[in-house]
Design a protein around this ligand. Structure first.
Ligand SMILES: *[C@@H]1O[C@H](CO)[C@@H](O)[C@H](O)[C@H]1NC(C)=O
Length: 527
């Protein structure tokens, strides 16, 4: 096998690589340490306008985190003692991969444990004339089998101000964020609504949008969740800055905020004589004189005759003349021995044996049971429905936006996958503040990831943008493996032909095979 061509191609690539791309390669090797400082510089973010911020945390400052956040040491009510404790572990850590230098997050370390942590807002958020914008990042570093990554905006209350006692019973105004179990993918937006008539508090769940959610749970990348809630009751949910769901608190929640004005009267009953039958058998129809209900469905075919050659005196089955009584047959125990029956061989050549009977045919006079035809019911009153009455529980709340004031923020979670990273929480009343905050944090992370995951193609595209003069060189660079491979196949085909279609692979000596493979491996590795 002629290996020369492989080496020529290989040297060609090496040469090109060294001249045009050597610089590029070096840059990338240093990327992990230097390039961060080079082009994706991270500084702990500062809100664009502190006066519009109710809460923010970038989790880069562990000392500050320890001052602000309180881990719950409460017990969950109504479950077994040994699993009731909120003993899930939280830590301030850098992400497992693709992290920016100096960027840390809040990580839920443990799995299959109740975990709760919370912090007071810098100032309470009062639902009045300003919108509420809540934004944070989640990285499901280990994916998610079953569990939530949502946050709760805790309602301000004297009774619940001890954050170390934060549990699932702690009242919240809003719950927002991802949640998944098995194939059930959710992005919660729940608010608690107080019935103005009797004070009962009910959860209102945002209706599911049609968009698929699968990817954000599976790709293990940082995702940005934004909730914008306006004083006119409209809301918008964004994932990674793209609108994912929107609507109104008054129209897009279940159960609805406002009950129906009228309901069906539960006391109303269907009157005895209410006729709901749309059609009835015609009471005036009579059975025709000649309608014989007793005529059978089938009758003997009188016109049939016994086929010629039918052997009326022969039995259909006869004792097997070749059967022998078994040696161990005990007549006392087993009874008198009889040979088994076989089909009568005499019948094999005849249309049939034994008594001939004419076949049955359908009876043309058969009519069956007579029934009166159906007609429209003259007494039909339609389907009965109870009358409607004014709903005694009716109320109209035109401002469900006016939720209980939020005093704190918290995560109260249970997860089957560990290492969920939360980062860059912000609560503000100006969208641009959240937008700027994301540009300084989330966007940089995604840029870093894009940079780290640069593939052969990505690197090429980037270099082409930076250095248009190298287009031609890149074209050759890309074409080389293709040309090389086509040449290889071409040689292969030629050899096959020469050897009368014996596969060339089989003909190669093992040594040659290994060499060829290594050359190609080295070749692609260089790319
Ligand atoms: C309050 O009213 C709602 C709606 O009518 C009802 O479902 C709920 O049971 C009532 N609660 C109390 C405590 O009466």
């Amino acid at each position: 096998m002629n290996l020369r061509i492989h080496w020529i191609v290989l040297f060609g690539v090496l040469l090109l690589g060294n001249t045009s791309f050597g610089q590029e390669e070096q840059d990338d090797e240093e990327a992990t340490v230097e390039t961060v400082a080079d082009d994706i510089l991270y500084d702990s973010p500062k809100p664009a306008d502190q006066s519009k911020v109710y809460f923010h945390d970038h989790f880069d400052d562990t000392a500050n985190f320890n001052k602000k956040w309180v881990k719950s040491s409460a017990k969950k009510e109504g479950i077994e003692e040994d699993i009731a404790k909120y003993d899930g572990e939280w830590a301030i850590e850098e992400p497992v991969k693709d992290g920016l230098l100096g960027d840390k997050g809040l990580v839920l370390k443990s799995k299959a444990k109740h975990a709760a942590i919370s912090s007071n807002l810098h100032k309470p958020f009062v639902f009045n004339t300003k919108p509420l914008i809540v934004q944070y990042e989640v990285v499901l570093q280990e994916g998610q089998e079953c569990g939530g990554a949502y946050l709760k905006l805790l309602s301000q209350s004297a009774e619940h101000k001890d954050l170390s006692q934060f549990t699932d019973k702690t009242p919240y105004s809003i719950m927002f964020g991802p949640d998944k179990c098995g194939n059930d993918y959710k992005l919660h937006f729940i608010f608690k609504h107080k019935n103005p008539l009797n004070g009962t508090i009910e959860e209102k769940h945002c209706q599911k949008p049609k968009e698929r959610l699968e990817e954000i749970y599976d790709d293990k990348l940082p995702h940005l969740y934004t909730l914008i809630l306006n004083p006119d009751n409209t809301f918008e949910i964004r994932i990674d800055n793209k609108i994912f769901n929107s609507g109104s608190l008054l129209e897009d929640f279940a159960p609805p905020v406002n009950p129906p004005a009228e309901i069906e009267d539960p006391a109303d009953k269907k009157p005895e004589d209410w006729d709901e039958r749309e059609k009835i058998p015609d009471p005036e129809a009579v059975k025709p004189e000649d309608w014989d209900e007793d005529a059978p469905a089938q009758i003997v075919d009188e016109s049939a005759t016994m086929p010629d050659g039918w052997l009326e005196n022969e039995l259909t089955h006869v004792p097997d003349p070749e059967a022998k009584k078994p040696e161990d047959w005990d007549s006392d125990m087993d009874g008198e021995w009889e040979p088994p029956l076989i089909e009568n061989p005499v019948c094999a050549g005849a249309p049939g044996c034994g008594t001939w009977e004419p076949p049955l045919i359908n009876n043309p006079a058969f009519k069956g049971k007579w029934r009166a035809p159906y007609i429209d019911n003259p007494n039909y009153k339609g389907k009965w429905r109870p009358r409607t009455i004014p709903n005694p529980d009716y109320f109209e709340d035109k401002h469900p936006f006016k939720l209980p004031t939020v005093g704190a923020i918290g995560f109260e979670l249970w997860s089957m996958s560990k290492d969920i990273l939360f980062d860059n929480i912000i609560i503000t009343d100006e969208y641009y503040v959240a937008e700027q905050w994301a540009a300084d944090t989330f966007s940089k992370k995604r840029q870093k990831i894009a940079k780290d995951s640069v593939t052969f193609w990505g690197r090429m595209m980037r270099a082409m943008n930076n250095r248009p003069k190298t287009w031609g060189a890149y074209f050759i660079y890309c074409s080389l493996p293709v040309i090389g491979y086509i040449y290889y196949l071409f040689r292969c085909v030629k050899e096959v032909r020469r050897l009368y279609c014996q596969p060339c692979i089989a003909r190669q000596s093992p040594k040659n095979n290994v060499e060829t493979t290594s050359v190609y491996f080295a070749f692609f590795f260089l790319y």
